[in-house]
Design a binder for this molecule. Sequence first.
Ligand code: FEO
Ligand code: CA
Ligand code: CA
Ligand code: CA
Length: 600
Amino acid sequence: APTAQSLPPGLRYETVEPNLDDAVRVPADYASNVVIRWGDPMFPDAPEFDFEHQTAAAQARQFGYNNDFCGILPIDGPGRRYVMFSNHEYTLEPLMFRGYDEENPTEEQIRIGMAAHGGGIVEVTRELRTGELHHDRAGRLNRRITADTEMVLDGPAAGSENLRTTADPSGRRVLGMIGNCAGGTTPWGTFLSGEENFDGYFASGPVTDPRQERYGLEEGPSERRWERVDPRWDLGREPNEANRFGYIVEIDPHDPGSTPVKHTALGRFKHEGATVTLTEDGRPVVYMGDDERFDYVYKFVSDKRMRRGSSREAREHNATLLASGTLYVATFTGNSPAPEITGDGALPRDGRFDGAGEWKPLTSATTSYVDGMSVADVLVFTRLAADRVGATKMDRPEDVEPSPRTGKVYIACTNNSDRGKAGEAGADEANPRVDNQHGHVIELTEDSDDPAATRFGWNVLLVCGDPEDPSTWFGGYDKSQVSPITSPDNIAFDAHGNLWLSTDSTQALEINDGLYGVVLEGPQRGSTRLFASVPVGSECCGPVVTETFVLISVQHPGDADDASPEAPASHWPDGGAAQPRPAVVAIRHLDDGRPAKIGL
Ligand code: FEO
Ligand code: CA
Ligand code: CA
Ligand code: CA
């Protein structure tokens, strides 16, 4: 095995053994604590969590359910206070309520579910002596965002015909965000949040509009029956309401009274997340994935330059950066004649899955590049625009994130067991495995290292799975030395430029999900090193890796077939007979009991 000193700085920890424990496991000399969990009061007057007597009013003042993305920014001051943002992607009513009747939820259960969606902003302090992170329920910046919080739409499609409803004839004001999965932290100090699986929230009669079908909208009641308490969730009554979801939402955490903004310029699809880098002249470039089987990778290049500093003028200017620019979709071309992974795992003739690619423009703020579609059409029905320009069908692109150190962009293709099935696309060099159950990671290099470039090179860094499976590939590194990994979902980088991947696998390798450090440079490139594993039934998301702490989001602990409050599959984090509660966890390194740097 590699010695600690042969590993890059930041990755010098003893790997965690893959396991099926109902616990967060971290390396020797590391410790973890819960920062905040579902139901924790977020305001001085918020009620304590009471699983047996939950109410919608309480939930709206408490941390929501199924925290996914996690972002954190230091607050000006002594350097141990932060503002943290979490997405609350979706609810699991059968685990939240005793005797939940999926076909006939009570009105209060429906309203609790609505209040448990959205996001949360909370102030967090780091105790210098122990290294633990805790939330401060009296934090001035604390805020809950729910499925009913007022938001605005901006960008070229705002106000367009397809966005107007009975309640909002302006097509510019919308209530709530839903399905918020991953996101990003901008260089100008805001958080981005991706609305992903919004389709399941809408009831509908027969869906005959192919534009709606392309987004998965289906006939029948919605999964959670929200249409019973608010008719806007019924497409029969409000055919355009669904067009107002599926965006990147920007939230200013420094002003709890600010109005979140849905940016139409970044397109509408099942947004996993959005991560930002800057061009040399200061224009934001946003990388994004559409997490659906055979959907696409996108980027947005702003027309405007970011202004430095936190003056009011700078903040007002930076609030307009994502309102106007050009939206692109990616095409990947391989350079090998036999790209598919074969039964014995052989690589293509040139030894690498790699090639070239092009960012195809879909629309600028004023000009559509797609025949027959207006600018607003492209931005509201982005998937159809991308279909028309021949974008490359990917294996569920989740996080797409540039390395702050090298500018290389990493794409987590989480899995796609439909690849190669009858009637579906077969393998290609960028998606080289049919029945891709464990996913892969692509490394993309923009031409001239310019994030605004329209051409790029790429190679596959990882083909995930059990290293003993011949179809796997760990950057060419010795497979006996790596941690098994399946279904990469979220991406982070540490201060040293190492890649970190968190996984969402439904236990596809019969191990719990976790957070892995990945070597990018040197002879161990492609080595995956399990750093933390999460409890039974949960996925690991939201990683943030700093020099002093790591944050992970433990989403849906105890999610298992037939799990219920009578028979919980997990008791994490409270233990004993407690019900499982999604939570944000902080991990710290201890040297002789004192906080030490991560991975050193
Ligand atoms: Fe909500 Fe794409 O994971
Ligand atoms: Ca090749
Ligand atoms: Ca995800
Ligand atoms: Ca996922």
